[in-house]
Write a protein of this length. Structure first.
Length: 296
């Protein structure tokens, strides 16, 4: 049986009041909206993080024309067990699909939690998403295993998408605010916080710690940008990193690439390295990136 979850994105203020937005910024905002939904739905349904929205499995996202008399667009997540064919067949049964399901409530709660964290607002995992997840798992087996570490990875992955949703507000300024809402059954709830110029500025806020000694293993690295990802046991997820100017010598790069090679092998623990780095965190303490200054 297909299940439906409706999510809407609406803009207000400036020319949005006359039902107009800058075309490029509106297009980028919708790409960000779709990408953030797809990443969230995939985690709820499959328990894993994808890097590209088109890789969404077990669900399909469709969109209706903008609502007349406003600048609002409604996206519908169609989920159905049985793979791609079942999801495709579900498109023809939208009129009878249930709109109030445990999966729908979980996706809405997960999206709300991730957007709030992305915007830099504190959220208690155990009292919000954690409680909803446990309640949903007791009601259905269609929900995947989700860990706090995977949710942190989701927050990191959707951050660029949430920034894109701010474009009509901070670039062309054809709107002053945006609102995301979840619609399940007969209930409408706000997702995250209202997007404004202030929330965009808040996303830019970071705090830099003193340099400290750490351990990890390289899971990806780009030789052209000196950037990659380092798996940290403490975080239970790969953290983005960048080599500082002082750490871009041949010896350091050799250690980094050797760790990457060993991490890809069966003896991945042999790829662990010691390094010194600055932690770049959000005001709520979420670790965003590491600036590596020295590798042992």
């Amino acid at each position: 049986m297909p299940q439906l979850i409706n999510l809407s994105l609406s803009y207000s203020g400036e020319t949005a009041e006359n039902h107009q937005l800058d075309f490029y910024d509106a297009a980028q905002a919708l790409i960000g909206f779709e990408r953030s939904i797809a990443l969230t739905a995939h985690l709820a349904i499959n328990g894993t993080i994808i890097t590209q929205a088109p890789s969404l499995k077990g669900a399909k996202i469709v969109v209706a024309p903008p609502i007349a008399g406003s600048w609002e667009i409604v996206a519908t997540i169609i989920s159905a067990s049985g793979g791609t064919a079942a999801v495709g067949a579900a498109l023809y049964k939208l009129g009878t699909a249930p709109r109030d399901t445990p999966l729908g409530h979980l996706i809405s709660s997960l999206y709300d939690y991730a957007v709030r964290r992305t915007l830099g607002f504190p959220v208690d995992y155990n009292q919000t998403l954690g409680a909803q997840y446990e309640a949903s798992r007791r009601q259905t087996d269609e929900i995947a295993a989700i860990t706090p570490e995977r949710v942190d990875s989701l927050v990191e992955k959707i951050e660029p998408a949430v920034k894109m949703m701010h474009r009509p507000i901070v670039e062309s300024r054809t709107a002053t605010s945006a609102l995301i809402e979840g619609r399940i059954g007969g209930t409408t709830s706000k997702i995250g916080r209202q997007l404004t110029h202030e929330t965009y500025e808040r996303m830019q806020l970071v705090e830099r710690s003193r340099a400290e000694d750490m351990e990890g293993r390289v899971s990806s690295y780009n030789i052209n940008t000196f950037r990659g990802r380092m798996y940290i046991d403490e975080q239970q997820r790969p953290i983005p990193f960048e080599l500082s100017d002082s750490a871009r010598d041949d010896d350091t790069i050799a250690v980094i690439t050797r760790s990457l090679s060993l991490n890809a092998s069966k003896d991945f623990r042999e790829g662990d390295i010691s390094f010194r780095a600055f932690r770049i965190t959000t005001p709520t303490g979420r670790l965003k990136t590491l600036i590596i200054t020295d590798v042992d």
